[in-house]
Write a protein that binds this ligand. Structure first.
Ligand SMILES: Nc1ncnc2c1ncn2[C@@H]1O[C@H](COP(=O)(O)OP(=O)(O)OP(=O)(O)O)[C@@H](O)[C@H]1O
Ligand SMILES: [Mg+2]
Length: 246
């Protein structure tokens, strides 16, 4: 889940799309690769001693925590901010996550990675380890600005470092009934025809409340719009023509 713009819904989407996949019976792992550790906090994990930092920088085993049936997380912690410097001085620094995930990927149907709001070495590790990218786009002013930077980066990676990387889709979030937000969604759809998910995530305060309570939306309130939207998104992806390998 990528966008270098902050606060667009990457973490909320990683958690709740991940949980929606697990409820569809798919073995799902979500990975927090953001030093802000919002994904970990949103699942009730605070300052985990064992987190992705030790796996990426100290060669320790990847700490996988089970949250629910078919639903696991690798947590992060503020430690991870140090990883950026350490990885930059390592010749294999861009490939660490790919190497780690190669060892466990056959255990899961989906691995979703929650990237930080930057296109630095942590996000690059995620992009190099991935088959697909979901670009999260908030329906607000200036949302479209900066998207080209992401697409240029993906193109560059496809030339060499990750030739099979594909954009799975762009996910419009925090849509509401205002003409303004709808017009932004229409602009994004028109500009990136065929690459925008049909499902859009409506603005729903319950999603924010669930994260603050350390819960996914299905555990917190499975009848709200947010739960409905992420279920629809999971179904759209599962029913799409994408060659998602089991
Ligand atoms: N559909 C939504 N409706 C209402 N609030 C939302 C929705 N999606 C996300 N939020 C809230 O918006 C804020 C930003 O969302 P989130 O943390 O998922 O974004 P992010 O892209 O991961 O941010 P960052 O770039 O800082 O990592 C959070 O407070 C979250 O609860
Ligand atoms: Mg986040």
């Amino acid at each position: 889940m990528v966008n270098h713009k902050g606060g667009v819904g990457k973490t909320t989407s990683t958690l709740n799309l991940g949980r929606a996949f697990s409820l569809e019976g798919k073995r799902t792992l979500v990975i927090d690769i953001d030093p802000q550790a919002n994904l970990s906090q949103a699942t009730g994990i605070e300052e985990p001693e064992e987190n992705i930092y030790q796996a990426m920088c100290e060669g320790k085993e990847l700490p996988i925590v089970n949250l629910a049936e078919n639903f696991d997380i690798v947590p992060a912690d503020l430690d991870l901010s140090e990883a950026e410097l350490r990885l930059q001085s390592d010749v294999n620094g861009y490939f660490i996550l790919r190497k780690i995930l190669d060892k466990i990927s056959d255990r899961y149907d989906f691995i979703l990675i929650d990237c930080p709001p930057s296109l630095g070495i942590l996000t690059l590790n995620a992009l190099i380890a991935s088959d697909y990218v979901i670009v999260i786009v908030q329906s607000e002013y200036l949302a479209v600005k900066g998207l080209q930077t992401i697409f240029n980066l993906i193109e560059k990676l496809r030339e060499n470092l990750n030739t099979h990387l594909e954009i799975m889709g762009m996910l419009i979030t925090q849509i509401n009934h205002t003409v303004f937000r709808k017009s932004i969604a229409d602009t994004v759809k028109a500009m990136y025809e065929g690459r925008v998910f049909e499902t859009m995530i409506r603005q729903n305060i319950t999603l924010a409340e669930a994260s603050a309570a350390g819960k996914d939306i299905y555990t917190f309130d499975n009848k709200c719009y947010g739960a409905e939207d992420y279920t629809l998104l999971a179904k759209e992806i599962l029913e799409s023509r994408l060659p998602v390998e089991a």
